[in-house]
Design a binder for this molecule. Structure first.
Ligand code: CA
Length: 264
């Protein structure tokens, strides 16, 4: 009798501890948080100029909140339609009947193909923590080759990067196919270890037009332009390995006790 009571109590205590443990893990897994970014949808400033009739409204400035990543010096200070440029763009319906978020997107226009890459970069105020998955999600848009704008035929590729200070720690190098005139969401993630070498460093992101010399467009061109929108960065806590081990051990204990109970 005392033995059976002891077994029941053991099962109850073990079940309780298992439930608490599972609850603890589920709670940890659910701790996803959006990391605040500046101007993540390129809605600032509102575009009001039309440098190219029919294209909508755009400018030749790197959007506020973003830095210019231009290792080859492709973007001149007096950027214009005659040069490579970056800017905000409120596209006409002819170019994009719908866009991923709001009314505007960020654009990177580069000539000639293969001359080098340019990107938007932003340092979040987030310090890299242990046992955390950081995920960057970005909508990538492929400018269509409308009549009179055939230079946009093809696509020069895209690349997303997660950074620890200035070190690239994860990359999505053009893995998602974006159709002519369409847009797709691309993502890249980095999961930090308990003793990760980047702990304490600030998390940054880059959205890049790699300007691939891929002859995807007319006359050996590459489509020239990549657009980005709806940038989202989130952090999700992951269970520490010791919790997973504890979970497994508790499960084994429970099975063993139940087996003994059946045998009795
Ligand atoms: Ca937008």
């Amino acid at each position: 009798m005392f033995s059976k009571l002891g077994t029941i109590c053991s099962v109850s205590i073990s079940s309780l501890s298992l439930c608490l443990l599972i609850g603890s893990i589920q709670q940890k897994s659910a701790q996803a948080a959006i990391i605040s970014l500046e101007n993540p949808g390129f809605e600032i400033p509102e575009q009001t100029d039309q440098p190219f009739p029919g294209a909508g409204f755009f400018d030749f400035n790197t959007p506020p909140g973003w830095g210019l990543y231009d290792p080859n010096g492709l973007i001149p200070e007096d950027a214009s339609l005659a040069t490579s440029f970056t800017g905000g763009w409120k596209p006409s319906v002819a170019f994009f009947p719908t866009i991923p978020e709001g009314d505007q997107i960020g654009t990177i226009f580069l000539v000639p193909p293969g001359a080098g890459e340019v990107g938007f970069t932003q340092n979040s105020d987030t310090i890299i923590q242990p046992n955390t998955t950081y995920t960057l999600s970005v909508a990538v848009l492929n400018t269509p080759a409308l009549p009179g704008a055939e230079i946009f035929a093809g696509f020069p590729g895209y690349r997303l990067e997660l950074l620890a200070e200035n070190t690239v720690i994860a990359t999505d190098n053009n893995s998602v196919v974006v159709s002519e005139g369409g847009f797709e969401t691309a993502t890249v993630s980095y999961t930090s270890a308990n003793d990760d070498i980047y702990l304490g460093e600030s998390l940054g992101i880059r959205l890049i037009n790699p300007n691939l010399n891929n002859a995807s467009g007319l006359d050996g061109g590459n489509g020239i332009e990549v657009n980005f929108d709806d940038v989202e960065l989130r952090a999700t806590s992951v269970p520490e390995p010791i919790s997973v081990l504890g979970h497994i051990l508790s499960g084994i204990t429970l099975i063993f006790i139940k087996k003994r109970r059946i045998e009795q």
